[in-house]
Structures are given as structure tokens and as C-alpha cells.
Design a protein around this ligand. Sequence first.
Ligand code: CP3
Length: 346
Amino acid sequence: MSSEHRFLKACRREPVDCTPVWMMRQAGRYLEEYRELRAKHSFLEMCRTPELAAEVTVQPLRRFELDAAIIFADILLPLPAMGIDLEFAKGEGPVIGNPVRTADDVAALTPIEPERDVPFLSEAIRMVRRELADRVPLIGFSGAPFTLASYIIEGGGSRNFVDTKTLMYGRPEVWHAFLDKVTEVVIAYLKYQIEAGAQALQLFDSWVGILSPRDYEEYVLPYSTRVFEGIGHSVPTIHFGTDTTTLLELMKQAGGDVIGLDWRVELSQAWELLGHDVAVQGNLDPIVLYADQTVIEERVKRVLDSAGGRPGHIFNLGHGILPTVPVENAGFMIDAVHRLSGCPKE
Ligand code: CP3
């Protein structure tokens, strides 16, 4: 039964036979079989073609003993339906042609209707569920309102988030109207994934660590809270961000059965701070995967020791796996997590 999977049990802080592990960005460019397909199709084409998205989702599961799959998609996929021009420029990541900066820009944004605007996503989820045949659970995801808003305002990635903060501080009423709209999109996008068969959801607030706790409370917390309330409790939820050491308690307050941790915090300390009534996910530095396997093993052990065998730990990297990581090291890490946490031999 799917609720018996160790990943889902760990989300609910139930005891498990050994520590579940998956990797953010596990479907991606560090895999040769991904690059092969990607050479023939653009990134957006891959996301929008259910057969391709489903294939790429299961690629890492053919190689590794992962405890969860994550659907191949992107946090930016709902943007075009809102009226935002999205492109992925070669080697540069996402580029938005008409960034939102003014009250008029916000007023022009439209809500999404997932079955009309992102039908490929539910089809890909159904295909993956069929192919996995309940071997491991499938995670769906969305960007969190802040992180999505920051891309839409900046027009792409950013270092200092100058335009985002300028809007936030200078035109708070426009900021709130904007976040209100983005929040509705996030809720619709996530509910659609649950209906299609996603068995857990991760909310990526990847760049929220750029904010102070007081700014988080005022400009972000109400919206992330609404997302968690809006999607309900039918599947476990993971609330992830980076550089969030000072924001962890507020992120817990916003919601999530599991709080994602990056490598900047000591897992045991972060868990203590959060309280043990919530599960945690993390938090190996992704760069450790470039080191010798003896070092990887030692660092995996450190994370496991920091979690102390307490129910409610999901092993992951502190952020996504990088495209140039040696594949065999990813496999070694996954096996090390299972071996060192006492998995029964297959
Ligand atoms: O985790 C997985 O394997 C599922 C797939 C997934 C992708 N993007 C595929 C992808 C997930 C979970 C995401 C989330 C995502 N997308 C985030 C939040 C996660 C994080 O890293 O914090 C963000 C910020 C995005 C937006 C995005 N998509 C950026 C900034 C980029 C360019 C940077 C990059 O890594 O190239 C993308 C492109 C992207 N999304 C790729 C993949 C596999 C690379 C596309 C390619 O093949 O060229």
C-alpha cells in the first residue's frame, strides 16, 4: 500500500526501517540519458510533452534506489497562462519578456485554469504513476508565492532582488495585490497535481532567505500560509527554502509537514529550533558529491547522526544536484544513506 512507503511514513514522522532519500533536481542534466533527450527537445517542450516528462521523471529511478520520484516540470510553467512571456534562453535559465513592476501589470495578470493551461502536467503524473506501479511515491511541486513573484518581477534569476524589494518596500499595496494573485495560481496548480495523483507536494521557496524575519512575516507568511491551508491535508507537504536559518520557525508557522533544510544549518540544531513535532528534509551540501567517496560517506554519516535516528527525517541534498556531478557519486550517496541507516538488504 502506498501509505506504507518509507518516504510517506517519514513525512508523517512514523518509524521507518531506514532513512528515505531522494534528490532535488534528480531528473536532470547530470544524467547522460537526460542530456540525450534534451539534445533533441527544448526544455519547455520536454515539460509539455507528457511522454517525455514521464520518461525523464523515471530515469533516475532506473539507476538508483531512490525512495521517491519527483515529477519533471518547472515552477515557472503556470506563468504563460497568467499572461507572462516565458522563455528558457540557452545557458541562461528563464527569461521573462514582460516583467511585472506596476499596478497595471498586476491588474493584467489572469488566473489559471489548470485543465486548460497545463493539461500535460496531469497526463505526465498519470503516466508516471502507472509506470512506477507503486514502487515509490510521486512528489508534485510548485514555487511558493514569494519565489515565483521574484522571478516574475526580476524577469529571471537575481542576486540582490532589487526590483522585488523595491516593489515590496515602495508599493506595498501593489505587492499585496500581486502576491494575492500568485497565491491563487499556486493553489490551483498544486490541487491539480493532487487530483492527477501526486502523493506528496513540495513548495519551493528557494530564494526567500534573502528576506529578514520581519519582512517574511509581513510580505510572505500570509500567502504561504494560504497555500498550505488551500491545499488541505490529503497528501503530505514539504516546505523548502535556502538560507532560511533565521526564518525556520516562521516557515513552520506558515505550514508543511516537513521543513526543508539547506547545508548552512546543523540539522540537529535546526530540528531543535523547529521542535520535533515537524519532520525535516535535508541537508547534505550538494558540492560534497564532487569529493571522494570516503568523504561522501563520512558526510552522509554526519547528517544521519545529526538526525539521530529520530522518526521524521528524509535525507536529501540541501539544494538541487548540480549538472556536473559524477553520476556514480550520486548513486554512492543514496546507497550510503540506506546502508548507514540500517536498510534491510534487498
Ligand atoms: O527536481 C526535479 O528533478 C524535478 C524537476 C525540477 C526542475 N525545476 C527541472 C528543471 C524542479 C523541482 C524544478 C524547480 C525549479 N525551477 C526551481 C526551484 C528549485 C530550486 O532549484 O530551488 C526553480 C528556481 C526553477 C526555475 C528554473 N528552471 C531555473 C532558474 C532554471 C535554470 C537554471 C538551471 O538549473 O538550468 C530552470 C531550468 C530547469 N528546470 C532545468 C531542469 C532539469 C534545466 C533545463 C535544461 O535541461 O536545460
